[in-house]
Design a protein. Structure first.
Length: 231
């Protein structure tokens, strides 16, 4: 069974507390990204953990190995369950993240490598001077990351099936860009429904606006979870 992670794409702890109150036991896993962490810092992680929820700290670390190593240890001290680094940080940085997690013992965060942001399309790769097709680029970065210590990757729903085949059954595949049938796409370009993402091999689905902007967020979360189960 894949896990549903709700993206806390808000800017204050007060909004986080309101969301968790509305969602109640419909959701047990939350993503804290750069916007929220920049506004509220580590205390917002502590707030979510005190409520008995799991945390995906999505800061997409991309720095020299020593800095990333220390950041992973700081995340572990907060009790986060998942953390992201950029696969493009290279072998030494990925290895430093792995070593840091290993040094924290049981309960250390799983390390996820970001391949290509779901807001990017093929034309964006061309702008960056990358000649590969998107699928080939994601595959290359995913293989690099997992060969150098990542527990899994973040990839769009459109790359999940290919990455499951490339990386095998034990790898975490965390999938943003998930939209229930009929939902608006927003700024996401590479999307799929929850059922399709699960069928293709996603282990975690990250959903934000379709839940947070729903008239009844808890009902929306339960509907997505039901769709995942039927995938």
């Amino acid at each position: 069974m894949a896990d549903l992670i709700v993206a806390l794409d808000v800017a204050s702890t007060a909004e986080v507390e309101k969301i968790m109150g509305e969602l109640g036991d419909a959701v047990s896993f939350y993503k804290i990204g750069l916007e929220l962490f920049s506004a509220e810092g580590p205390d917002v992680v502590r707030t979510v953990k005190r409520c008995g929820k799991r945390v995906f700290l999505d800061l997409k670390l991309h720095d020299i190995p020593r800095t990333v190593e220390r950041a992973v240890k700081s995340g572990a001290a907060l009790g986060v369950d998942l953390m992201t680094v950029h696969a493009a940080g290279g072998k030494a940085m990925l290895g430093a993240a792995r070593a840091a997690a290993d040094s924290c013992g049981k309960g250390a965060p799983k390390i996820l490598a970001v391949t290509m942001l779901t807001s990017l399309g093929q034309s964006d790769l061309e702008d960056l001077g990358i000649g590969r097709e998107m699928k080939a680029q994601v595959t290359a970065l995913g293989l690099l990351a997992c060969a150098n210590g990542a527990d899994g990757i973040v990839c769009s729903p459109q790359e999940v099936a290919n990455m499951r085949a490339a990386l095998g059954p034990g790898t975490l595949l965390v999938t943003p860009g998930v939209r229930p049938a009929g939902a608006e796409l927003g700024d996401q370009k590479r999307v799929a429904t929850p059922a399709q993402a699960v069928r293709d091999g996603s282990t975690h689905l990250v959903v934000g606006r379709p839940i947070l902007e729903a008239a009844d967020p808890a009902a929306a979360a339960r509907a997505i979870t039901a769709e995942m189960l039927n995938g």
